[in-house]
Structure formats: structure tokens, C-alpha cells
Design a protein around this ligand. Sequence first.
Ligand SMILES: Cc1cc2nc3c(=O)[nH]c(=O)nc-3n(C[C@H](O)[C@H](O)[C@H](O)COP(=O)(O)OP(=O)(O)OC[C@H]3O[C@@H](n4cnc5c(N)ncnc54)[C@H](O)[C@@H]3O)c2cc1C
Length: 312
Amino acid sequence: MEEIFDLMILGAGAAGLTAGIYSSRARLSTLILNEGVIGGQMVLTNEIANYPGVATTKGYTLAGIMKKQAKDFGCRIISNIKIKEYRLNDTLKTIVLEDGLKFRARAVILAPGGKPRTLNIPGENLYKGAGISYCATCDGDFFTGKEVVVIGGGNSALEEAVTLTSYASKVTVIHQFNHFQAFEHAIKEAEKNMKISFIMETEPREFKGNKVLGSVVIENLATGKLSEMKIDGVFIFIGYLPNTDALKNIVITNERNEIVVDTDMKTNIPGVFAAGDCIEKKYRQVATAVADGTIAALSAAEYLHNQKKINI
Ligand SMILES: Cc1cc2nc3c(=O)[nH]c(=O)nc-3n(C[C@H](O)[C@H](O)[C@H](O)COP(=O)(O)OP(=O)(O)OC[C@H]3O[C@@H](n4cnc5c(N)ncnc54)[C@H](O)[C@@H]3O)c2cc1C
């Protein structure tokens, strides 16, 4: 007979695993389906130093602890799957995998995460985590007293450039246009900061170094002239891509394809919640994903309770 779960969670990153911990501890039968590696972006992160309570840890260690905690409470996790079909509008939600397997649940939490947009230029993959970062809050501290470059000209780039001045001795913002695409107050804050300088109408072409990043080759778009800047670190803020391609026509998303939720992590579909980096929000950290996952699981439990299908 087909098993029907109380809750299905799509994604086993920090948000999904946390939701799994809370829901299985509340005795809801819980299944996590994960397209990829358990732990999500945490596993890609060498060192996490700002997650409260664990001090500095390897990302995969933190992910392993969360996975064990969820499993110990009885949460089932199926990983490395590919979802073919989402039927989320019915009261009983159905997920169909590429191999034809079908799973059903009374409530669903969407936690597919996302990824920072990359430049896709030579050297970027090589020096990721060895001088190239996509998160000032995560890695700014490693560049104390050093000279860094920020790539980008939107709100995130300018706000993160200001954040980086708490650590770095000098921050150079490199932007492809002759104007910024940011709010006036973000531009003013960056412009009045004595540690920040700007190189406009310029794009990075290549990252060079030995074992760690040493320089960036940049092109002046007005003249076509290439030059090489010696640099200790590069922070890339050119946008964020939520993993919502398959979901954006099912739940309401904003213009950046982030899932729109209320403060209880409810989407526009009854019984469907969303949490973590995939939702519309400003700060993307392990701690915020964990918080979203907690709220989503508690909201799902309340929804199920109100449906009078279960006893918590
Ligand atoms: C390089 C880097 C360094 C970072 N450093 C730090 C740091 O030091 N401190 C910190 O707090 N934060 C850091 N972050 C941010 C932090 O890792 C993320 O904010 C957090 O892990 C997001 O968790 P999540 O569960 O929302 O998503 P994710 O971690 O992205 O997990 C989502 C999971 O869902 C899977 N998935 C995708 N689509 C589907 C689908 N349709 N169905 C099922 N599964 C799906 C994905 O494969 C993935 O396994 C860093 C991020 C990066 C990229």
C-alpha cells in the first residue's frame, strides 16, 4: 500500500534538515527528498565560523550533525533524486520522481536553496574559497588588514563593500556600467566611505595566482585596455539564483524567482510552505535558513493539526 507522509520536505540543506528535525520530533511522519548532496551549500563551504554554538567548523561536519539529528528523530531522507512532477494544489500533495516513484504527503515544505551567480571567467573556480568569496558576512574576517575587490554595482555589492571596510584596509568596487543599480542611500554610504574606491565601466576577465588568488585581470570597457591588479581577495556580488525553475509556475515568486512567503513561511497554496535561501529575503546564512526551517515546520504542524488529520 502506498505510504502517505504527514510532511514532505523538498531539499536537505540547512533549512530542509532543520524542518525535518522539528517535524519528526513532533511525531509527524516526515520524508525529505533531496536533489543533490545532503547538506546543500553547507557542504560547499570549507569553514563556517559564524554559526552560533559550534564555533568554527567544516561545512560538511555541520551538515552531518544536522542529518544525524533529523534521522535520529525518525525522519526519512532520500537523496540524489530528480523530481519530474509536482502536484501541490491538491489537499494530498504528490511528488513524482524521474524513475516513476511516487510520494504523497498532506503538507509540503519547499527548501531547494540556491546559489550565488558566478562570473564564469578563467580562474574563478580555481580560487573559490582561496581568495574568491561570494559572502562578506561569511568570509570578511579572513581579509582583515588586506586589500580586496568587490565585483558588482547593485545594492548587495555596495552594502557588502561597506561591510568589508570593517575588516579590509582597502576595498575597490569594480562595476561594468558608469552608474550603479542601487538605492541612493546605498550609493551615498559607499561613496562617503574613505576606504572604498571605484573603477567604473570595467569588467574582470581572469583571476590569477599560485595556490591562492594573487591578481585580477580587468578590462576597461570604454578603451578595451587590459590591466592586472594585485589583490588579496575578491568578493563577487552579481546576483543570486534560487533553485526555483521547476516551482516558479506553481507557487507565487517575485521578479527574482524567489518564493513569496508570509512570516509563517506560508506560500499562496494551502499546506505548502517554503524556507531558506529560496524565499524572498535579504540575508542568506545558515542561521537564517535554520530559522526559516523551524518556522516552516511549526507552521506545517499547525496546519496539519487544524486539518484534524493528526495528533501532535
Ligand atoms: C561558498 C559559500 C560560503 C558560505 N559561507 C557561509 C558561512 O560561512 N556562514 C553562513 O552562515 N552561511 C554561509 N553561506 C550561506 C549558507 O550556506 C546558505 O545560506 C544556507 O546553507 C542555505 O541553506 P538552504 O537549506 O536554504 O539551501 P541549500 O543549502 O542550497 O540546500 C538546498 C538543497 O536542496 C536541493 N534541491 C535543489 N532543488 C531541489 C528540488 N527541486 N527538490 C529537492 N531538492 C532540491 C539542493 O541540491 C540542496 O541540497 C555560504 C554560502 C556559500 C555558497
